[in-house]
Design a protein around this ligand. Structure first.
Ligand code: SF4
Length: 195
């Protein structure tokens, strides 16, 4: 190939630019071969029990943000917990789709009450909700507590109310729940996840 002076300088400039780019790590082959950053790398991992049904599968939930002032955390990935004794990493489609209902605009995140005779639900504080529940429970217990059965045997039971514990409760919460409801004389109690 015949190379004149002008062509010679062009080739040199092109080679130098290519070499510099390669030295800086911009060689296309290297760039394409570089691994993408693992998307869960900086995420906060939280262990949870699926709240959907009584199987009680284990979940790993990954979120970002929420650690600093004015920063709101956002859940962005959910997968089965391989160490969970019930599900061993498996989730059914409902559990695997939990991300959508956790982040749904229509998710109710606070207590609401519909007063007797009203068609409207109104938002109340957690404090008010707990107080109202406690008042209803006391009134019902006062009116319906049974101290003796027909045969005169002392029974001390409250049979007009029941208590259902959530599936995401731990064993410890379950024991405390049992102690609480039994101390009130309540007979009907169950846990949504029978695990
Ligand atoms: S993942 Fe499916 S089977 Fe497991 S607790 Fe949730 S809804 Fe039930």
């Amino acid at each position: 190939m015949q190379v004149n002076r002008r062509k010679f300088f062009k080739i040199c400039a092109g080679s130098m630019a290519g070499t510099s780019a390669a030295m800086l790590g911009f060689a296309p082959a290297t760039a394409l071969a570089a691994p993408r950053e693992y998307k869960l790398l900086r995420a906060k991992e939280t262990r949870q029990t699926c709240t959907y049904c009584a199987v009680g599968c284990g979940m790993l939930m990954y979120s970002l943000g929420g650690e600093a002032m004015n920063s709101k955390g956002k859940l962005f990935h959910i997968e089965g917990d391989p160490d969970h004794p019930v599900s061993r990493g498996a989730l059914c489609p409902k559990g695997a789709g939990a991300l959508d209902y956790v982040n749904s605009d229509r998710r109710v995140q606070y207590p609401e009450v519909r007063e007797a005779g009203s068609k409207e639900w109104k938002r109340i504080s957690w404090h008010e909700a707990i107080e109202r529940i406690a008042k209803h429970m006391k009134k019902d217990r006062d009116e319906n507590f049974v101290t003796h059965n027909e045969a005169g045997v002392e029974v001390n039971r409250w049979m007009t109310a029941g208590f259902l514990a959530g599936s995401a409760c731990s064993n410890e919460t379950g024991i405390i729940t049992q102690k609480f409801v039994r101390s009130l004389g309540m007979i009907y109690t169950d846990n949504q996840a029978s695990i």
